[in-house]
Write a protein that binds this ligand. Structure first.
Ligand code: 4AD
Ligand code: MG
Length: 453
């Protein structure tokens, strides 16, 4: 049975005999002894394996290439050398899988652009290893957060007939032959279907039964935007609360983000220290501040005024009624507030049909959470629970009521104020690691013209 390196080092006992497995990061060979750094993905540092000349295959071990897979039997001893507390004195080294000089990850720094072209191998690098480890831990923290608050974890459909956000970014799902003009009557589902852009509409139905629910699943958007923040396939966490308004929604979002910041610092300290050193100086301090500070809340109207007064020449126009672009979002969080900021009550024209209409007749109870570097990380709203207002808005926006009959039914029987939001999981990982490109926080990213691996 193998012992994971992280576990071995955490419970380090001198003289412990064990078996470890992993991949070679480097080999330093001298006449009498060879030092092999072995990494099994459980932590950043890996384990120093010391191979003596008495080893049966000492010469092949000295010639090992970076990337080779090994199984090592040995004894853990305190390391006399600086740089590590423990080392493993090998008694047997099994060379399980060789790697020659053609292995692309030789010991030198590679650009993230290059690493994307070898996405099948990049999980074995320090940076991507740390990112994907943090990503895994964060996913578990998400579930923990909601479990502690008694939210029901719901699976909403991935194949759907409704475009929740109404932005027309649905990837089509069909079994019809490409080419022929589609007759959806003959299609698998007998209607036009696509991959979900959000589990919200179904999430609302479940919240009206279980009070508090959340979804955490894959989401797809065929938006042809080639930016460092957009992927065609990403993961979203969508809580939905019954008997809740916009203020409750923002409160939950704030608590959630701060929880995840604290979690990363407390439980992923080694990887966070690495990001601080290698990816973004000051990251740990920034995350600590977010974990402790209160988030600012600002009305959309005020945000527009602040942007206009800033005297900054933005590439996109700033005017009441227009949507905020990433440059505006970043300016607000980085320059105006210096931390996360909720922008509340957006003009109804730029938001989806389901958002609750405010009494001013111009805005809806929407909120976006903006953070430095990333811009929008959360989008949410209080939902329009009044049937007459909802149908009137759908008519205004040209949203057909017939296919959403079930959604409208939820406003007929037992309707109540309710609210929720969506957190883009990748944007969160970017924010907590300091990584600049969404392509580098997803193991195998899907973006326009990229579906390899
Ligand atoms: O603001 P969005 O479009 O909101 C919704 O989908 C709502 N139905 C959520 C809700 O109220 N339940 O998306 C929510 C978040 C964004 O703030 C962003 O973090 C992320 O999802 N997101 C993307 N992340 C990566 N790539 C994309 N193409 C994304 N589009 C949205
Ligand atoms: Mg949004």
């Amino acid at each position: 049975m193998k012992t994971r390196i992280r576990t071995l080092l955490a419970g380090g006992t001198s003289g412990r005999e064990c078996v470890v497995t992993g991949w070679v990061r480097s080999v330093r060979a001298a006449k009498e002894v060879a030092f092999v750094t072995l990494n099994d993905g459980s932590d950043m540092a890996g384990l120093q394996v010391v191979a003596g000349k008495d080893l049966a295959n000492f010469d092949p071990v000295c010639r090992l290439g970076t990337g080779a897979a090994l199984r090592v039997h040995g004894t853990l001893v305190e390391s006399p050398a600086a740089g590590q507390q423990w080392e493993l004195h090998a008694t047997i080294i099994e060379i399980v899988g060789e790697a020659d000089d053609a292995y692309p990850l030789q010991k030198k720094r590679h650009t993230f652009e290059y690493l994307r072209t070898i996405a099948h191998l990049r999980p074995r690098t320090n940076t991507l290893g740390a990112v994907f480890r943090l990503r895994s831990r964060l996913a578990q923290a998400v579930h923990r957060f909601f479990a502690e608050r008694d939210f029901l974890y719901a699976h909403t459909p991935i194949i759907t007939a409704s475009d929740c956000e109404g932005a027309g970014e649905l990837f089509r799902v069909t079994t019809l032959d490409a080419g022929a003009p589609p007759d959806f009557d003959l299609d698998f589902f007998g209607q036009r279907t696509g991959l979900t852009v959000s589990g919200q509409l179904e999430g609302e139905l479940l919240a009206l039964a279980f009070s508090d629910i959340y979804t955490f699943g894959p989401t797809f958007r065929a938006e042809n935007s080639n930016t460092p923040r957009h992927a065609a396939e990403f993961w979203m966490i969508e809580p939905e609360m019954a008997f809740a308004d916009l203020a409750d929604d923002a409160e939950l979002a704030e608590e959630f983000i701060r929880y995840l910041c604290r979690f990363s610092l407390d439980e992923c300290a080694d990887d966070m220290a690495f990001f601080d050193k290698q990816i973004e100086k000051g990251l740990v301090e920034r995350v600590r501040q977010v974990a402790e500070a209160d988030f600012v809340r600002m009305d959309y109207g005020e945000a527009i005024e602040r942007l206009q007064r800033s005297g900054t020449a933005f590439s996109f126009p700033v005017e009441w009624g227009l949507d905020l672009q990433t440059e505006h979002e970043r300016y607000l969080s980085e320059q105006v507030v210096g931390g996360p900021v909720f922008i509340l009550n957006y003009p109804k024209e730029i938001k989806a049909f389901y958002m609750r209409q405010n009494s001013d007749g111009r805005t809806v109870a929407a909120m976006d959470l903006l953070v430095p570097k990333v811009g929008e990380i959360i989008g949410g709203s209080q939902r329009e629970e009044r049937l007459d207002r909802l149908t009137a808005r759908m008519t205004e926006m040209g949203v057909s009521q017939e296919p959403l009959w079930w959604y409208l039914d939820s406003r007929r029987w037992g309707s109540c104020p309710h609210a929720g939001f969506g957190l883009g999981f990748e944007r969160l990982v970017m924010y907590l690691t300091g990584m600049d490109n969404i392509r580098d926080v997803i193991p195998f990213p899907r973006t326009p013209r990229h579906a390899e691996f």
